[in-house]
Design a protein around this ligand. Structure first.
Ligand code: MSP
Length: 665
């Protein structure tokens, strides 16, 4: 039987739409779950919603709905979000589920019977945003008695309540933390908790009487259970406690509770003590990650600085968003979200490095070995070194992922991608094609093996890209049929297998820069050198000659290129079928062009020089095999050629009619 792995996210308040900050925890849990499944674990990945409490009751009232109706609507949207992000959860718990309520009441009874709960009069400060009590001293330490996380004034509460004897278990908790160094991670969080517990724990108020939206205390229905006790219990109610102990024993203790750092004390103090009082083992780890900030502040709905994950995936693709979120911030630390950072990651890591590697490798295979993966031939030291580097990638990813260092795992993968791009430059396959076919075979074969390994180890993180690479390599079976361990093997490809011309993986994201736009005959000129046609290791900047620099730069031979290199740019004749201005962008025109059996859309920075109607019917010349770019949210496939001097711009046309799609050579 395979080893089990139980991982949880916090259950999110069903009080409003979730933002990219919430998605961060869930995406991390998803990557870890996918990784563990690939490693052969029997995984249970739990997420869900926290639906009771004053905050939600007030929200529902504010929109004139009953609380249950209100949360049902939010939960449906949260589930939609997880579908969009392709989150592979195995369980979704709602604290309004009957089974969960039954467990919470059972626990309350049990603790009461064991005299870990008692009743007393209580007066305290409360933040509805945190759903948390604050002592007089804590409250006074907040400037203006305003919650620093939620920016709302604390409320005074006074009621007769049930209390949980936290203090009784403080010593035992400290001992557990001491004996289990991995229990609270990262280390700084562990130290924070130890310090907090050492300052002395006060018993915790665990019931409320001033509102109704909660689970009633079983023997005192005027009181409802404190929302955090209700919420924390989800981690065991979802796996059957105490009514299905077989299921419970299969999964408990959890391997890891992933949480944001602001809810550390609930998870590393209250939760373990509750489990101790129930005589249950503690989770193996509570991992508190940092925040995704926006403008230096924690992204939060209350603070009004949130980013919508659905909108992001729509604009930039799911894998790009998944990559950014998982790669950008070292797991555990805080990080800042900016759209610039997201675009920079997409362009540098995904388009330039990974996309480029796939594209140039498959282009060479197509060109030099009739699209078939060649057998490896003679091997030199540089090939061997590259092969070993690729073969060690699986282990490197495991070393990081086994410690939940998600961002570093992705860094390791991208290191190998970078290495592969360098390897191409070093061995110059286009030269080998002329001089040394045996080593050309080795090089292309190794590069394809490298792509296979890369695709395979990307599986925990990206959900579409791995199979796209896989299919482009012409693998006989879908990627899911291949084990994780196969990423540590060589010669998995069958020489002779036919590669396919795949879709470009990640189009570069172009942002129209107002000031420089008029320097562009085509907005595609903004592609940096070396990016446009990523073959043969040369740097070819396409487009017309501009003030910014020469049209063509070549690394070798003082600016001269070979005929082979020139041929790598596929130029074709296309007829403009329609043209229109791009709304909100003075300089851009959107053209539909016909290439005979194919129609394409091209965005070009020529609006100042041409009236759209003037272009319709013209046969122009386009760079056909250019990776698509997204300009102002519009996909542009190919680039028209034009010439520009100080005053005007002229597009290239043919001087007599030829069939649309004809090559220009
Ligand atoms: N309902 C409680 C948790 C109960 S768990 C037994 C709660 N819910 S929440 O909706 O506020 O979600 C909190 C969690 O969302 C955080 O702990 C964190 O995992 C995630 N995040 C919310 N905003 C975040 C960021 N800006 N950055 C990173 N994670 C964030 O607290």
């Amino acid at each position: 039987m395979s080893e089990t792995y139980y991982i949880t996210t916090p259950i999110y308040y069903a009080s409003g739409d979730l933002h990219i900050g919430h998605s961060y925890t869930t995406l991390a849990a998803d990557a870890i779950s996918r990784y563990k499944r690939l490693r052969g674990y029997d995984v249970f990945f739990l997420t869900g919603t926290d639906e009771h409490g004053l905050k939600i009751q007030r929200k529902a009232e504010s929109v004139g709905l009953r609380p249950k109706e209100f949360v049902d609507g939010i939960v449906a949207k949260i589930k939609d979000l997880w579908r969009v992000l392709d989150i592979t959860y195995d369980g979704f718990i709602r604290t309004t589920d009957d089974d969960h309520k039954r467990t919470v009441q059972w626990i309350f009874n049990k603790l009461y019977e064991n005299q870990d709960i008692y009743k007393k009069n209580y007066e305290s400060w409360y933040c509805v945003g945190c759903e948390s009590f604050y002592t007089e001293t804590q409250a006074r330490s907040f400037p203006g008695m305003v919650c620093p996380d939620h920016g709302k004034p604390l409320e005074r509460v006074q009621e007769e309540s049930y209390f949980f004897r936290l203090s009784k278990y403080a010593e035992r908790l400290l001992r557990h933390i001491d004996e289990n160094p991995d229990f609270i991670q990262p280390l700084t969080r562990r130290n924070e908790v130890v310090q907090f517990v050492k300052m002395g724990l006060e018993d915790l108020c665990i019931s409320r009487t001033t509102f109704r939206w909660g689970i009633p205390v079983p023997f005192d229905p005027e009181s409802v259970v404190y929302v955090w006790i209700d919420a924390l219990t989800n981690y065991i109610s979802a796996i059957g406690y105490p009514f299905d102990m077989e299921k419970f024993n299969k999964w408990w203790p959890a391997n890891v509770h992933l949480i944001g750092k602001e809810i550390l004390r609930f998870h590393a103090v209250i939760w373990p003590i509750l489990l101790m009082a129930l005589d249950l083992p503690l989770p193996k780890q509570v991992f508190a990650h940092g925040w995704l900030n926006l403008g230096g502040k924690k992204m939060s709905k209350t603070m009004g600085n949130v980013v919508d994950p659905v909108e992001l995936t729509r604009r930039y693709s799911l894998d790009a968003v998944r990559y950014f979120v998982l790669r950008e911030v070292p797991f555990g630390a805080d990080g800042d979200y900016t759209e610039e950072a997201l675009i920079a990651r997409i362009n540098s890591d995904l388009a330039n490095d990974l996309g480029n590697l796939v594209y140039r490798t498959l282009t060479m295979v197509r060109r030099f070995t009739e699209a078939r993966i060649p057998p490896a031939g003679r091997e030199e030291a540089v090939d061997r070194e590259f092969k070993e580097r690729c073969l060690s990638l699986k282990q490197a990813v495991e070393d990081e992922m086994d410690h939940l260092r998600i961002s570093l795992a992705l860094e390791r993968i991208m290191d190998v991608v970078g290495k592969a791009n360098k390897y191409i430059d070093e061995v110059s396959p286009w030269d080998l094609a002329k001089k040394d076919p045996s080593r050309l075979g080795t090089t292309l074969n190794y590069l394809c093996e490298c792509l296979r390994i890369t695709a395979s180890v990307l599986r925990p993180f990206l959900v579409n890209t791995p199979s796209l690479i896989w299919n482009a390599l012409g693998m006989p079976e879908p990627i899911d049929r291949y084990s994780w361990d196969s990423a540590g093997e060589w010669e998995v490809l069958t020489p002779g297998q036919v590669t396919k011309r795949g879709k470009p993986l990640f189009p570069r994201i172009e942002r129209e820069d107002k000031d420089s736009a008029d320097e562009q005959a085509s907005s595609d000129e903004k592609r940096p050198a070396g990016e446009v046609l990523p073959v043969a290791g040369d740097s070819i900047v396409q487009g017309t000659r501009t003030k910014a620099g020469p049209a063509t730069t070549i690394k070798e031979d003082a600016g001269l290129i070979t005929i082979d290199q020139f041929r790598q740019v596929e130029l074709r004749v296309a007829e403009v079928v329609s043209a229109e201005k791009v709304q909100g962008a003075d300089k851009l025109l959107k053209l539909a062009v016909s290439l005979g059996d194919e129609e394409r859309q091209i965005v070009a920075g020529i609006a100042q020089y041409y009236d759209p109607q003037e272009l319709v019917g013209k046969q122009i010349v386009i760079a056909y095999n250019l990776r698509p770019a997204v300009i102002r949210g519009i996909e542009s496939k190919g680039m028209l050629l034009a010439s520009k001097d100080d005053e005007t711009l002229a597009i290239l046309t043919v001087d007599r009619k030829v069939k649309n799609g004809s090559p220009v050579s």
